[in-house]
Design a protein around this ligand. Structure first.
Ligand SMILES: [Fe+2]
Length: 257
């Protein structure tokens, strides 16, 4: 049985930047450091979500441990991606499901860990329900896979949101030359649909992307943290500073509340 300590050892083994062959060192290093902090912060986020959620608190200690292990390892493949930045395009990486293969190479066989990591960042959690390894699991395991996947998805989003609000650090914000959101992004957002990272062309699009991810929050504990720190309003006020059209800001507020 894998423990939290083993999960941290596996993560540390993979946090190994092969620096010499990388050309764009400053940006890659910044992203690399961000991903290390992010991995550990998502572990903190999942623990806070459990703490703030009566239902999750009642889960067995084993399930809580598995959720923490999944959170620890959820972005492990990013370190592989960063080390192979110049040869591995984004779409090849996403298509390949590296998370899954890298963890299998680490002898992790528990589907609750494998599937929660594989589906932690898919656009729609419903994709999990068509996965053969999920469909073939016994009923109790299915329930566990689903709840752990929801927790990891939430923790990942919560951490990204906190980074955006507290640190203003994001890999992309202020790197887009445009501030104004694109029509398509605004339309998609107002329809309450989650859009893909590829559609981001401006700093406002980037903020709207993070806000749109809140349409897929699954645990009451996450909602309660987001509300108690007023995160939505803090991101909206950043949007207002970038691009002020009161009428649209009001629509965004209405949709989020
Ligand atoms: Fe993540």
């Amino acid at each position: 049985m894998i423990t939290k300590e083993i999960a941290i050892n596996i993560l540390q083994k993979h946090i190994n930047l092969r620096f010499n062959h990388i050309q764009n060192k400053k940006d890659i290093f910044e992203y690399f450091m961000h991903k290390i902090n992010h991995s550990y912060n998502v572990v903190g986020a999942i623990q806070r979500i459990i703490f703030n959620d009566k239902k999750l608190n009642q889960l067995s200690e084993e399930i809580k441990q598995i959720a923490i292990i999944s959170a620890t390892l959820h972005d492990i493949a990013r370190f592989y991606q960063i080390n192979n930045w110049e040869v591995l395009s984004w779409s090849i990486f996403e298509h390949w499901n590296a998370w899954y293969d890298i963890l299998k190479n680490e002898w992790i066989t528990d589907n609750r860990i494998l599937l929660s990591i594989k589906y932690h960042n898919k656009v729609d959690i419903k994709w999990l329900y068509n996965e053969q390894d999920y469909v073939n699991s016994p009923h109790k395991e299915k329930e566990e896979i689903e709840i752990i996947t929801k927790m990891v998805r939430d923790a990942d989003k919560l951490e990204n949101l906190e980074c955006l609000v507290f640190n203003d650090f994001t890999i992309s914000l202020n790197k887009y030359s445009l501030n104004k959101p694109s029509e398509k992004v605004i339309d998609t957002f107002l329809k309450q649909e989650i859009f893909s990272f590829k559609e981001i062309n401006s700093n406002s699009d980037y903020l709207l992307y993070h806000l749109s991810r809140l349409f897929d929050i699954n645990c009451l504990g996450t909602t309660s943290i987001i509300n108690s720190y007023n995160f939505k309003e803090l991101v909206i006020s950043k949007l207002e500073r970038l691009w002020v059209i009161n009428e649209q800001i009001e629509k965004i507020r209405l949709i989020l509340n």
